[in-house]
Design a protein around this ligand. Sequence first.
Ligand SMILES: *[C@@H]1O[C@H](CO)[C@@H](O)[C@H](O)[C@H]1NC(C)=O
Ligand SMILES: *[C@@H]1O[C@H](CO)[C@@H](O)[C@H](O)[C@H]1NC(C)=O
Ligand SMILES: *[C@@H]1O[C@H](CO)[C@@H](O)[C@H](O)[C@H]1NC(C)=O
Length: 213
Amino acid sequence: MTRPVAFWPEAALVIRDPAPCLLHLLLLAELFVRSSPRPAHRSPLCGTFKEMVLQLISLSNISKKLHHLTDNELVSFEAVQHRLDDLPDIQSTAARFSSLKMNESLSQLLSYTRSFRLHFDWLKTAKENNSLSSQSAGGAAEHLLQLSNLLTESLLQIGKEVPPSRPPPLPPVSTAFNVLGFSVEMSNRLLVFCDWSKRVLLCLRKLDGCPRH
Ligand SMILES: *[C@@H]1O[C@H](CO)[C@@H](O)[C@H](O)[C@H]1NC(C)=O
Ligand SMILES: *[C@@H]1O[C@H](CO)[C@@H](O)[C@H](O)[C@H]1NC(C)=O
Ligand SMILES: *[C@@H]1O[C@H](CO)[C@@H](O)[C@H](O)[C@H]1NC(C)=O
């Protein structure tokens, strides 16, 4: 059924030489059986979605290592949060999960991912400038770059235009205390972004008819 041309010589043989007819029929039957259990439809995006979720799991892990403050110490930073105005505000802009569209959701994910990546590049430099360990921030930027490559690939695959990237405005950093405050804010907001993105990707996988595992 899938490749009729390939079976045609076999069929001709069966007709010309009736003796090994049964053998040929068995052969034909086997060929059919072998070719039929292929998945009826598997979107090329299913594998990419899986890779994206893995990147997000790594990012969630990193978000917990961006600072080493205790809960008590964190309280003093609560007041100075939300100073990175250009970082995507997931809570207020996120679309409803019931009305997700593949094209729009992938574009939105890409623009958020790029913004987080540029912020983490900046945080990494700020940490280096202030002699703080920049390893986690650098790791986050790496994973965000890989995630944005996967998203770009997916958009190209569905024939959607890839929106241009835009550098976000970033505040000046003068002290190590500043850097710590920004680390706390980025840590919290990265975690929200990861949770939200994972839920979006699970919905998109369903939308695309991907198998559960
Ligand atoms: C994330 O952290 C958990 C435990 O904290 C660990 O089991 C898991 O392997 C980590 N995953 C990744 C992808 O780093
Ligand atoms: C996204 O795809 C839907 C159809 O699934 C279409 O109606 C809509 O116009 C597309 N949006 C963009 C921004 O391309
Ligand atoms: C890091 O230091 C360089 C050189 O002093 C400066 O130009 C840059 O703006 C600083 N970056 C951050 C994010 O603090």
